[in-house]
Design a protein around this ligand. Sequence first.
Ligand SMILES: Cc1cc2nc3c(=O)[nH]c(=O)nc-3n(C[C@H](O)[C@H](O)[C@H](O)COP(=O)(O)O)c2cc1C
Length: 186
Amino acid sequence: MNETINTILKRRSTRSYKRQQISEGDLNQLIEAGKYAPSAANEQPWHFTVVQNKDMLNKLNRACKDAIAKSPNPQMAKMAASPDFSIFYNAPTVIIISGDTKTIAPQIDCALAMENMFLAAESLNIGACWIHAIFNLLLSEGGKQLKDELQIPKDFNVCAAAGFGYKAGETPAAAERKQGTVTILK
Ligand SMILES: Cc1cc2nc3c(=O)[nH]c(=O)nc-3n(C[C@H](O)[C@H](O)[C@H](O)COP(=O)(O)O)c2cc1C
């Protein structure tokens, strides 16, 4: 199997990270991979916000947990109420990709950039996990101030967010793939 296919098949969401920050060289490669994603009409409508500041990570974690604590889903609410729970699983780096709302398909373009970054991360033995709660938080009325503090450009909306860090522990096996998801017309 070639290396690219192997990386795609090996990638799993990581929920346990080393404390060590990812190196600047690795971070630059992740961002570069993100920037080389395809985009509608080559608009490249993304902005990458890299959060490594501990105070900002704590602030984001708290805000997401407060939002989830109000969830009608009792399991989610219980999880968010636990003081030890980190919404980013204590990842030392969180990357938020926001998309220019004036472009054709910012959500799709930014999701493609994030997947490029996930695959680049896997190839560098860096783990990553999409974190949806930030997405909802920063789109909400209450998230406006945080969006400013994160310096997300005007007219950009958060489209994707994930934690990144060197993996700690074992990577769980992939779930079974669903059957019947392919139609080939010849
Ligand atoms: C749009 C999207 C939102 C997700 N949100 C979360 C999340 O908030 N927290 C989390 O732990 N994982 C989240 N995930 C990761 C999925 O749970 C994971 O991709 C899925 O279970 C398949 O596992 P794998 O990534 O290891 O193959 C999200 C994934 C996607 C694509």
